[in-house]
Design a protein around this ligand. Structure first.
Ligand code: KG4
Ligand code: ZN
Length: 332
């Protein structure tokens, strides 16, 4: 029985997971409304709100699972990567709970959490597979050879895919987090209306770049003014198409090149409808099976941290004990 705690960004989350697969509870308190008026996550506000939310969220996770703290075998907490002040809140609470219960505490890599979240989905594939992590902070391709064996095949050189969505949305005056808004508006737009750049598409690399897209979107607005009505829908569909095109093309190509028969979509941006659709289409054309998890497993949650914590503990993690510290730039 693992209690998982997540406070690396703007979600305060806790969950109880049994045997590394079965979520008995999964409570997420989002700070979206708090950060919306600033157009993005304000680190200091994130830390302060984690402090307010973390204990109620933990209590609710235990209550919904029908367990007490003493029934927990291991406390798992995200110790990186993420915002340092935000990480420290979860870490201190995780260590305190473990100390109070006399149980071990393990530090979990947030990205391993995203890669293993699908274990709670019965139809999900087992390793080996290629994991495409697309979130607000990351855009990376990992060969998941086995639990605990991850090989980084490529990553963004500048912005993350979610950041690109959110920054373009902000430019268009759409509320934070803009990815969801762009997805919604794109439904009635023409994806071929504007040809936005596909970063590093022609070069044979698994790395990504989204800064050119961001600049092109800015120049377009400077030249033509803020799009409204149908023009806004077309703009959103075109931006979404550029991002979906490049991430799905590179992910499928990397899976083929690495000899991995399956591709799994992970991270908040994997909730994007065009990415989900295009990944399946391109996978089918290349003989790669694409697994598209339910959206709740894509966005940040505590259960994914409990699952990864279960694996971390099984392979000997937790040796630091109460000396466990946060590592905001921890590379998986
Ligand atoms: O994984 P996540 O919940 O948090 C991080 O670890 O970053 O991802 C949040 C990101 C945000 O950038 C948000 O705009 C994006 O995921 N996102 C989407 C969609 N839903 C969430 N982007 C595009 N289309 C969506 N439907
Ligand atoms: Zn995340």
């Amino acid at each position: 029985m693992v209690l998982g705690l997540e406070t690396s960004c703007d979600e305060t989350a806790a969950a109880v997971v049994r045997d590394g697969r079965e979520a008995l509870s999964d409570v997420v308190s989002t700070q979206i409304e708090i950060h919306r008026r600033w157009g993005g996550v304000v680190p200091e506000l994130a830390s302060r709100n984690h402090v307010l939310q973390v204990m109620p969220v933990v209590d609710e996770a235990l209550e919904r699972a029908g367990v007490r703290l003493r029934d927990i075998d291991v406390v798992a907490v995200t110790s990186g990567p993420g915002l340092i002040g935000a990480l420290l809140v979860g870490l201190q609470v995780g260590k305190s709970l473990a100390y109070a219960a006399g149980k071990p505490v393990v530090g979990v890599n947030h990205l391993e959490g995203h890669l293993l979240a699908i274990r709670m989905d019965e139809q999900a594939p087992e390793p080996p597979f290629l994991g495409l992590i697309v979130s607000g902070g990351h855009t990376s391709l990992y060969a998941v050879e086995d639990y605990g064996r991850y090989r980084l095949l490529g990553a963004t050189l500048d912005d993350a895919a979610g950041e690109a969505f959110d920054k373009v949305a902000r430019l268009l005056g759409l509320p934070y987090p803009g990815g969801v808004e762009i997805d919604r508006l794109a439904r009635t737009g023409d994806p071929k209306a504007i040809r936005f750049p596909r970063g590093l598409n022609k070069r044979k690399t698994n790395d990504f770049s989204f800064s050119g897209l961001k600049t092109a979107a800015l120049y377009h607005v400077q030249q033509h003014g803020l799009p409204q009505g149908q023009a806004l829908a077309d703009f959103c569909a075109s931006v979404q198409e550029a991002i979906a095109d490049v991430v799905t093309r590179k992910a499928v190509a990397a899976a083929k090149e690495a000899g991995l028969p399956r591709l799994v979509l992970c991270g908040g941006v994997a909730a994007n409808s065009r990415i989900r659709e295009l990944a399946v289409e391109r996978g089918a054309a290349s003989g790669i099976h694409v697994h598209v998890p339910p959206k709740r497993l894509c966005t940040d949650n505590g259960a994914m941290i409990a699952v990864a914590g279960y694996e971390t503990f099984r392979r000997g993690g937790g040796a630091e004990g109460l000396a466990l510290n946060a590592n905001p730039s921890w590379r998986l």
